[in-house]
Write a new protein. Sequence first.
Length: 544
Amino acid sequence: MLALACLLSLSSVLYAQDAPDTNYTTLHTEKIQNPMLWADVPDPDVIRVGDTFYLVSTTMHLMPGAPIMKSKDLKNWETVGYIFDKLTDSPKYDLQQGTAYGRGQWATSLKYHNGKFYALLAPNEQGAMGDTYIFSAEKAEGPWTIVSRMRHFHDCSLFFDDDGRVYVIYGTGELMELKPDLSDVIEGTHMRIFQREEDEKGLLEGSRVIKHNGKYYLLMISHVYAPGKHRREVCYRADDIHGPYEKQVILESEFGGFSYEAQGTIVDTQDGDWYGIIFQDRGGVGRVLTVMPCRWINGWPMLGDENGKVPDKVRPLVSGEPETAIVKSDDFSDARLGLHWQWNHNPIDEAWSLTERPGCLRLKTNRVVNTLYLAPNTLTQRMEGPQCSGSVLMDLSKMRDGDCAGLAAFNSDTGALRIKKNGKKLVLEMVEMKVELSDRDKEVTNFEEKVIESVDLSSNKIWLRLDADFRPGQGGRRMGGADMSKFYYSLDGAQWTKIGSDYRLSFDWRRFFMGQKFGIFCYATKKKGGYVDVDEFCYQRSKD
């Protein structure tokens, strides 16, 4: 049913892509088009185990958290697991007594040592909520178990040395040694391994540590906020992990009409080649990943092409790999939720189901709230560039008075298709929303809603569609992209009607600090107990 429904629902999208090419030889000859992942995948760490690359990224307040992706060719990536299902240190993770927007899991460090995977992460929180976690697993797919918790380390890198000693490098060039069993730090081992130069007075963080040919390499993002200064990736190198260190700028490049790139890591292949994976801010879609050659020149891992610039295209590594993706359609026929989905904050498990009506996702109202920003069980997926489209089919027959349900371009500034139940009447609205959050607890202090257009509904069955355009150079801006979305609805899944106005998709690091997400929601404003059934989510992406 899904394939036909998606074809019908998206046939009018001008940029709908052709069916995937199943000729694996053709796939191999097609180069990786940068961005490698044109979606919100910030703060990457990448390792290789055998012939497989594993990547972990930041997803902050989304649950499950710390997604693990894998690839064999650096071109086709898929999500294979998460390091944790929920964070439970505070009711904020449950959207109570504040929120965790823009907080939660940050900049996880991923390692493989003596046959086990290890992950170290420190939520960007205060007090005990910000304790560093160390997890381990036999397989990257999980299950992951907590090894220990200890003091907070910002943007840290776990490092296992050849002599069996273990370190964490964090902040701006700080180091501590860990006990061999990783249970805690060894007191008295703290040290600053280098002092900033005069040209490093701005941002200097995002530690990633490797060892190559007996030398230690610490990669960091650097950004001096001054005229003529750009974001860049720097590398500190030493013969001893404690120093002394020398520094080299290894990447200073803009790319694709957007800003300069930095923060990421380098990884080798089985054949001994090296690649850099670095993220770039790209406006509303979020922070995207690019891949580039890494060439060892005079003992430094220099990133980019022969001119030190991020290339448009890079050759994939191996043939025979099928096309995969991190954003997917879903007919909800599986009894388990797909790994391509994440909830906004911790879900209330008893308030959603894939089995009560097989083939549908049931979202039940379970808490009375006055805004989407406090509504539990909003289900999200990333949006992707250059253009993408997502649609849902909803059964509204069990909504109650005061219930709201729909499809959103979800972020701190949100555009949404929202169905409201007013008494026995259903109304579809295209609405623009905005939230204000306190600095300390991320508490919702104010929110705004502006209804752009509304339509009375006479049917309990409706299709909702959201199209997004992140192409660079669109919308009349010299730098950056269009970041525009359009909203449609249909009563038959074939004929679509545009509703409301075009909506600009934004990125705001002060509030959510995430790229735009598709958000499927259902919440109560008067009395809990209603629900909607989501029959399908159809997704298309244009690569042009």
